[in-house]
Design a protein around this ligand. Structure first.
Ligand code: IMP
Length: 189
């Protein structure tokens, strides 16, 4: 890991976010999740699917700790736009580009909030008859979950507060940060 100065506080659109999960913690957890997946999916040649945009950094870190035969693909859904709360609608912006039938599919998400996006993704993938469907997400907000979603692997359970960094954005900003930051003031706006 390259040495870089730890930033404790950031500001986006006049809102303050405090350091919440350090790069070191995230990296250790990604390695751990990858080791579990390596064991479970050895000889199963899974397809890892990155949910764009938010999961792109977690996906690239996780996949480099995967040491079994595998493939990758990308799916893009509509984002929150500039808001901190889901519109309640999901639309597909980029569909899968792989043959799902009879394959072991592992979805890689940055965060499961209400679970709406993952429910949409599951319906989409299951329509193509995979051999198995698993979900790995870096973050989950259990108090925010509205849909019954099975999460097979998660990095951290977090409170219902908006977070940015490490791929996650607020108004498209902060995706580039190495750590995860939590909104300081009154949670969701
Ligand atoms: P869900 O459909 O409500 O589960 O929301 C999933 C998507 O919303 C994630 O893939 C993120 O793109 C976005 N999202 C949810 N919570 C946050 C957050 O705290 N920060 C940034 N994006 C979030």
């Amino acid at each position: 890991m390259s040495k870089s100065k730890i930033i404790n506080k950031i500001k986006i659109n006049k809102e303050t976010f405090d350091l919440y999960l350090t790069e070191k913690k995230i990296q250790a957890r990604s390695r751990y999740l990858a080791s579990k997946i390596n064991k479970k999916f050895a000889d199963k040649d899974p397809i890892f699917i990155c949910v764009l945009n938010g999961a792109f950094i977690f996906f690239s870190d996780l996949i480099r700790h995967i040491n079994i035969d595998c493939e990758v693909d990308f799916l893009k859904l509509s984002s929150y736009g500039d808001a901190k709360i889901s519109s309640g609608n999901v639309t597909l912006i980029k569909d899968l580009n792989c043959e799902v039938r009879n394959r072991n599919i592992i979805m890689v998400e940055d965060i499961v909030d209400t679970g709406l996006s993952m429910r949409y993704i599951k319906n989409l993938v299951m329509a193509h008859h995979p051999k198995s469907f698993s979900v790995v997400t870096l973050l989950i907000k259990p108090d925010s979950l509205k849909y019954d979603i099975k999460i097979d692997y998660f990095g951290f359970k977090i409170p219902n507060k908006f977070v940015v960094g490490y791929g996650l954005d607020y108004a498209q900003k902060a995706r580039n940060l190495r750590s995860i930051y939590q909104l300081k003031t009154n949670g969701k706006a």
